[in-house]
Design a protein around this ligand. Structure first.
Ligand SMILES: NC(=O)c1ccc[n+]([C@@H]2O[C@H](COP(=O)([O-])OP(=O)(O)OC[C@H]3O[C@@H](n4cnc5c(N)ncnc54)[C@H](OP(=O)(O)O)[C@@H]3O)[C@@H](O)[C@H]2O)c1
Length: 320
């Protein structure tokens, strides 16, 4: 049988053999990528996060993705430092975590990332003194209330986007790193966004997308910088998640709930430097990459123009 196939192949012109070889290697490459996708998304076990240290620090834990991370990390047996701007919401979240996972120790630190950041960071440093912070989730982030052109972005919004998304992430990382370097272990998760990585542009959200591009490159550099120090740095790239920032209330197949996202997210900590943990998002990512950039650009522009129109309409109704 094999001899017969070999004879057949030998009798083919060289261009057919070339195409067959090309086809064989393409199929092999696709099959290996698919098997890897199945393994990392469904079979690979999550890391034991306690091996990084017994405490996790989460920024923006009073709502959305950050809140879900706090619950999931407590479920894994980690103690928590919760850094948020609203003391009442921090108290409420820590009490409900304690009522569910009684043994979790929790420290709350009040920091408004759009306020005096140096003062806030020194309070974080004070709070974490003597604690083994093994996991840092740089989750806090702000976006536009709704899509708008750059000349419509006011100074306050511009400053908040840069202070919270860029400066906040950078300074909290700087505050937590020395302890991790000393102990030679740690995991840092920076929450990026598909706005900067999956789609070629995010028109009418330009500053938000650009701050997330910063988070992506910042994470990749730190990943290389601290790999040999035993610190795993990762940029997680969610697409839409049902939160107040996304203005999506109900989850669906492509839009996970915050719990659905955080559950998937924990399984990825300590692995690839960049990932999108919720597997249906990888399908959208692959689709976005397979389409011509100009097509995705104009689809996104029309989509965001629609959001802007609806936002302006709501604003004008409020004024009436
Ligand atoms: N949701 C999505 O579709 C999506 C997609 C891609 C990336 N992301 C990223 O995921 C992260 C979390 O987003 P989310 O959707 O969960 O947002 P969210 O529901 O709006 O929650 C944001 C959290 O950050 C806190 N926060 C906001 N401004 C703050 C400030 N100035 N100082 C201190 N804390 C502040 C909020 O506190 P309060 O509770 O006091 O408001 C809340 O705890 C962000 O980095 C975002 O860019 C989200």
């Amino acid at each position: 049988m094999t001899d017969c196939i070999l004879e057949q192949l030998k009798s083919q012109p060289s261009w057919i053999l070339f195409l067959l070889t090309l086809g064989f290697f393409s199929t092999l490459k696709f099959s290996l990528s698919f098997l890897k996708w199945v393994y990392v998304n469904f079979l690979r076990p999550g890391k034991n996060l306690k091996k990084y240290g017994s405490w996790a620090l989460i920024t923006g834990p009073t709502d959305g993705i950050g809140k879900a991370f706090a619950f999931q990390l407590a479920r894994k047996g980690l103690n928590l430092v919760l850094v948020g701007r609203n003391p009442d919401k921090l108290k409420e979240v820590s009490e409900s975590i304690k009522s569910k996972y009684g043994s979790t120790q929790i420290k709350n630190v009040v920091v408004d990332f759009s306020g005096d950041l140096d003062d806030g960071v020194s309070r974080i440093k004070e709070a974490i003194q003597g604690l083994e912070i093994g996991v840092l989730i740089n989750n806090v982030g702000v976006s536009y209330p709704y899509a708008r052109f750059l000349h419509e972005v006011d100074d306050k919004l511009l400053s908040n986007l840069i202070k919270v998304n860029v400066e906040g992430t950078t300074k909290v990382t700087q505050a937590v790193l020395p302890g991790m370097v000393e102990r030679k272990r740690g995991a840092i998760v920076n929450i990026g966004s598909g706005a900067a990585i999956v789609i070629p542009s995010d028109p009418l959200y330009s500053v938000y997308a650009a701050t997330k591009a910063y988070v992506d490159q910042f994470s990749r550099c730190l990943y290389v910088e601290y790999k040999k120090s035993g610190i795993d740095v990762q940029c997680q790239v969610p697409l839409y998640v049902a939160t107040k920032m996304a203005s999506i209330r109900r989850s669906s197949f492509f839009v996970p709930s915050t719990d659905g996202y955080a559950l998937a997210a924990l399984r990825w900590i300590g692995y690839e430097p960049r990932c999108t943990p919720y597997w249906p998002h990888t399908i959208l990512w692959a689709l976005a990459y397979s389409l011509p950039e100009s097509f995705v650009d104009s689809w996104r522009l029309n989509f965001c123009l629609g959001i802007r129109k609806r936002g302006q309409l709501k604003d004008s109704r409020k004024l009436e």
